[in-house]
Design a binder for this molecule. Structure first.
Ligand SMILES: [Zn+2]
Ligand SMILES: [Zn+2]
Length: 377
């Protein structure tokens, strides 16, 4: 009995291995491939330290980012909310950035100067990054502060427009004040993902108003605790598609809206960015007809190689049926999955079309992606 069980188990394992081969065991580094023409850079542009209401020193944020293999961060302390001021007096609001910058100086992590403008709704909270001097942003007028940040050359994005403390129904909604800020060029992006939340309404606001799609951790504690990193979790990041890994190039990409957000297992972004990212992440490595001892068959074995952290969930739109799958296929991260396509007659090439269910290009919208398959002779 035990032997029979072992035989069954072994054959099950062999079968499973035939379906999916893991190419390496992913560690905590966040991994997505570059896309044609651009580097895929990983950013967390919203976080806190003891210099506002966070619970860690700035160098810890730098070390966390290095462990996650991020390319760029910003320590965006609240300008107006300073609960640790009694214990850590710091008249200079640039200090968190300067400590972070020093701590990252021997690495290739970019740390850009930023601040969180912290107001009641409207306008709520906003991050200004690539600023020159945080101290000059300390002012009473809620609109003047945006103007000052803009004049310092900042990229400014609306933070957590769905935050229940300021919007009890969690529905992000544009006010007249936001419309005005956007019109003046004082609001350039919006958080569609903040900490543990996702806002479909914010995504729609981004698309309707040409705002850059942003996702951030807004971490106050430790990244590992908030996202259960030891168990395989990850912080939300903004993927920035930049020509080079420089501050100037990243800023250009942010203003040009070349971003996507990686949140849990979901990729969120404009179709023109998500399609190349998905196609770079999943490539067809090999396609050949299955042979039996009697000769060739019309079952085409197609190997999908996924070199990203995403577990892609594909819904079949190809018109073909499969020999080993139903119409939903999971491509696990960093693995090769064999799809057995019943082509009925021998083909030299086929197109396989799928809806990518874990990618979102607009509310309730998932992109259709076509993989062109050349059959090996
Ligand atoms: Zn905030
Ligand atoms: Zn914040």
């Amino acid at each position: 009995m035990k032997i029979l069980f072992t035989v069954i188990l072994t054959s099950l394992l062999v079968n499973l291995q035939a379906q999916t081969i893991h190419t390496h065991v992913p560690d905590r580094a966040i991994v997505f491939p570059d896309v044609p023409g651009y580097l895929t850079l990983k950013a967390d542009l919203h976080m806190h330290t003891v210099f506002s209401d966070g619970e860690v020193w700035p160098s810890v944020r730098v070390q966390e980012a290095q462990r996650d293999s991020l390319d760029i961060i910003s320590l965006t302390e609240h300008l107006e909310y300073q609960p640790h001021k009694g214990d850590i007096p710091h008249p200079d609001r640039n200090r968190a950035h300067e400590i972070g910058l020093k701590s990252a100086e021997k690495s290739d992590l970019i740390v850009v100067r930023g601040s969180e403008i912290t107001r009641k709704m409207p306008p709520g909270h906003a991050n200004a990054i690539f600023i020159k001097d945080a101290n000059k942003l300390l002012m009473d007028d809620s609109v003047a502060v945006f103007k000052e940040a803009h004049e310092q050359g900042a990229f400014i994005f609306w933070n957590h427009p769905n935050w229940v403390a300021q919007k009890t129904n969690a529905i992000a909604e544009l006010t007249k004040m936001h419309e005005k800020l956007i019109k003046q060029g004082y609001l350039n992006g919006i958080e569609v993902v903040n900490e543990l939340t996702y806002s479909e309404e914010a995504l729609q606001i981004a698309l309707d108003n040409n705002l850059t799609i942003i996702g951030t951790s807004d971490v106050h504690v430790l990244i590992d605790w908030l996202y259960n990193v030891p168990e395989g979790g990850h912080r939300p990041v903004t993927l920035i598609f930049a020509k080079e890994k420089t501050e100037a190039s990243i800023k250009e990409a942010l203003f040009a809206r070349r971003t996507a957000v990686w949140f849990n297992n979901t990729l969120i972004g404009r179709e023109e960015m998500l399609t190349p990212l998905i196609k770079a992440s999943v490539i067809i490595e090999n396609a050949a007809y299955e042979e039996t001892w009697r000769g060739p068959t019309e079952v085409l074995n197609v190997n999908f190689k996924n070199s990203s952290d995403a577990s892609f969930m594909l819904y079949n739109k190809s018109g073909f049926t499969f020999h080993g799958h139903d119409d939903v296929i999971i491509l696990e991260p960093h693995s090769i999955t064999t799809l057995q396509v019943k082509t009925q007659a021998p083909q030299t090439d086929i197109d396989l079309k799928f809806t990518v269910l874990n990618a979102v290009t607009a509310p309730d919208t998932h992109p259709d992606i076509v993989w062109h398959v050349e059959v090996k002779e």
